[in-house]
Ligand binder design. Structure first.
Ligand code: PGA
Length: 248
């Protein structure tokens, strides 16, 4: 049986209070397409207001620390983002793996902390263009998945996002056959890591998904949704992706 589609907007470092109205509009479209799970992960500064304004809509975070509290200037714990109103968080996005030098081991620890706090996690994996050109894409992605895979993983709280680094924010999208190959490899690896529950773990595709290509990407076997950056910032752009998922 196909998994319920999951469409997640990653706002990255975009969004001031003025953009809370965009979240409201997106939440309305999500409400009209309630056969799909839809979430927005705004910057942490907007989580509380976004969650308060839209009690029936899923708000997530973009990261959190693995420690429960302590001397970690500038960081937020899983309990803090939960208290603000997030119900899940993205972890290990390639921009954080590159800019903040996050390691697989840290991402695993973060996912375990997030689960202990009662939140969901979306763990991101993806190869660079050089790694793909060298024929290493599947090995790199499956290695990241294994290294960052949390203990006690269950589909109820864990989601994986495959995001080829070279497709993020570039307008370039892999061939459907390449997406199919990678998502099948991830599914197979999940089976080895967690056994029976693997089929129910949703595997999202991310990287330049938009209203024009969402239907094709969401029709690929083992693509259970999308992690969307640029095209999630307004209802005008994000709405068609939600609708494509509802029709998929
Ligand atoms: P993009 O970003 O949709 O702007 O390519 C996706 C992501 O980084 O999650």
């Amino acid at each position: 049986m196909a998994n319920r589609k999951y469409i997640v907007g990653n706002w990255k470092m975009n969004g001031m209070r003025e953009q809370l109205s965009d979240i409201k509009e997106i939440a309305e479209i999500a409400g009209q397409n309630n056969q799909v799970d839809v979430a927005i992960c705004p910057p942490a500064t907007l989580i509380a207001q976004a969650a308060d304004n839209n009690p029936d809509f899923m708000i997530g975070a973009q990261d959190c620390h693995f420690a429960a509290k302590g001397a970690h200037t500038g960081c937020l714990s899983a309990d803090m983002i939960r208290e603000a109103g997030a119900i899940m968080t993205i972890l290990g996005h390639s921009e954080r793996r590159a800019d903040q030098h996050e390691t697989d081991a840290e991402i695993k620890a973060k996912a375990e902390a997030v689960h202990a706090a009662g939140l969901g996690a979306i763990i991101c994996v993806g190869e660079t263009e050089e790694e793909r050109d060298a024929g290493q894409a599947v090995d790199i992605v499956c290695g990241q998945l294994e290294g960052s895979f949390p203990d006690k993983a269950e589909a109820a709280w864990l989601t994986i996002a495959y995001e080829p680094v070279w497709a993020i924010g570039t307008g370039r999208v892999p061939e459907a056959s390449d997406v199919e190959e990678m998502h099948a490899a991830i599914r197979n690896k999940l089976g080895k890591l967690m056994g029976d529950g693997a089929d129910a773990v949703r595997i999202l595709y991310g990287g330049s998904m938009n209203g024009g290509n969402a239907s094709e990407l969401l029709a690929v076997p083992n693509v259970d949704g999308g992690l969307v950056g640029g095209a999630s910032l307004t209802a005008e752009k994000f709405g068609p992706i939600i609708e494509a998922a509802a029709a998929a």
